[in-house]
Design a protein around this ligand. Sequence first.
Ligand SMILES: CC(C)(COP(=O)(O)OP(=O)(O)OC[C@H]1O[C@@H](n2cnc3c(N)ncnc32)[C@H](O)[C@@H]1OP(=O)(O)O)[C@@H](O)C(=O)NCCC(=O)NCCS
Length: 153
Amino acid sequence: MDLHYRKSRTVDINDLFDVRSKTQENPISRARLAQMGVTHASLTDGLESGLLCSWVCTSDERVVGFCIGDTSTGEVLVLAVLPDFEGLGIGKQLLRRVVDQLLVSELNSVWLAADSNPSIRAHGFYRFLGWRPTGEVLENGDEILSYRGVEST
Ligand SMILES: CC(C)(COP(=O)(O)OP(=O)(O)OC[C@H]1O[C@@H](n2cnc3c(N)ncnc32)[C@H](O)[C@@H]1OP(=O)(O)O)[C@@H](O)C(=O)NCCC(=O)NCCS
């Protein structure tokens, strides 16, 4: 399969919303994201200012996965891969690119909030890649995982 990785551009933003709403697990609609303050305008501002670092994976020029990190906090805000493209290493590749960028931002560690349900694919995925629970749990039940720069693969 012809997969390409590149930094996200503002013209990709509608595709990012589309992919995020179509994941096998944990899909989030554009309307729900708007309630959380994530809009086309907020992503445009974030990408243009450099506050957000983001990569996409494309197949035949179609965005099939993406990842976004916040360079001010070290948080990986989102990682999403379309169902038909899971299991191809895309999540790992995208996450590595964003984490590499976050770690050069003089942050000691990077972190994310994830569903604590062990039956969710992301649960094992992050652990497999060296992410560890910090013990902190958010009000919505999501757990905080951190990563300190030593990946197992
Ligand atoms: C979680 C997600 C990003 C994983 O992406 P993916 O492209 O399918 O994962 P990859 O193919 O890159 O997997 C990388 C490695 O992790 C391993 N892995 C994946 N899920 C695993 C699991 N549940 N348990 C153990 N290992 C796992 C893979 O076997 C692979 O190993 P390899 O490098 O030896 O081949 C994807 O399933 C997804 O988008 N899920 C829905 C959205 C979501 O939940 N996002 C995360 C929270 S925001």
